[in-house]
Design a protein around this ligand. Structure first.
Ligand code: DAO
Ligand code: DAO
Ligand code: DAO
Length: 205
């Protein structure tokens, strides 16, 4: 079917299924304060996971939990991050004045802090390898769709409006990106909660 979930504030729509079997678990907003003054909406995001992979990897562990047991169990998102389950985080750009320079510097802050958290302090080189791929000629106007996909073997594949811009095998990078959305200190807490609910209803029997 062609059902979709809409982010109402900015009128952005996310398909419920991506590809063959990636299911939408939740959507949210990435905001940023500029000059410490006002908050801008930078992009809306949707988090998807492959339903079969989810059940294969986590079904046994979670299918018997009751809803309240599931709620008390704080590990489900971590298990989703740690296991080799196909996932996509789709970003749909809202902010109309996004420059590659500001993407690079935001990336260095957000992803950089996670690379440091999970990988230690010697990840400057890895970080520079990524940000050097953000070519100044890329255009990311309002409405652009960026897919950050984790594929088998912890390969992070990035597409902009359906065109592949890079692919890199790194468990640390995959973990760091996913942590921004479903980890301990996520961009959007409500989105993380919604994702937990979706996981519960997909995994419980
Ligand atoms: O123009 O300085 C400014 C404010 C822009 C903030 C940009 C935040 C970028 C967030 C990353 C976007 C990744 C697609
Ligand atoms: O929101 O701070 C953030 C990080 C989001 C990760 C964005 C990755 C964007 C990669 C594509 C850049 C193309 C110029
Ligand atoms: O240096 O091995 C290499 C090639 C790396 C290509 C990396 C492309 C990164 C694209 C942006 C990903 C950010 C989430």
């Amino acid at each position: 079917s062609s059902s979709a979930v809409v982010e109402y504030k900015n009128g952005i729509s996310f398909p419920s299924i991506l590809g063959d079997s990636r299911r939408l678990l939740g959507i949210g907003l990435r905001k940023k304060s500029i000059f410490g003054l006002k908050n801008i909406d930078v992009y809306a995001f949707g988090v998807y996971a492959d339903e079969n992979g989810l059940k294969e990897s986590l079904g046994e562990k979670y299918e018997k939990l009751s809803t309240s047991e599931f709620k008390e169990n704080k590990e489900c998102n971590e298990d989703l991050i740690d296991n080799d389950i196909d996932m996509t985080v789709r970003l749909q750009i809202v902010y109309s004045k996004l420059s590659i320079r500001s993407v690079r510097s935001a990336f260095e802050q957000s992803v950089g802090s996670r690379l440091q958290k999970f990988g230690g302090s010697d990840n400057k080189e890895l970080l520079q390898r990524f940000t050097s791929q953000f070519k100044d000629e890329y255009k990311i106007p309002r409405g652009s769709v960026i897919d950050l996909s984790r594929e088998r073997g912890h390969v992070l594949r990035t597409t902009i409006d359906g065109k592949e811009v890079g692919s890199i095998q790194s468990k640390l990078l995959c973990r760091s990106i996913l942590d921004l959305y479903i980890g301990e200190d996520p961009f959007d807490r409500q989105a993380k909660e919604d994702i937990e609910h979706s996981l519960a209803s997909l995994l419980q029997k």
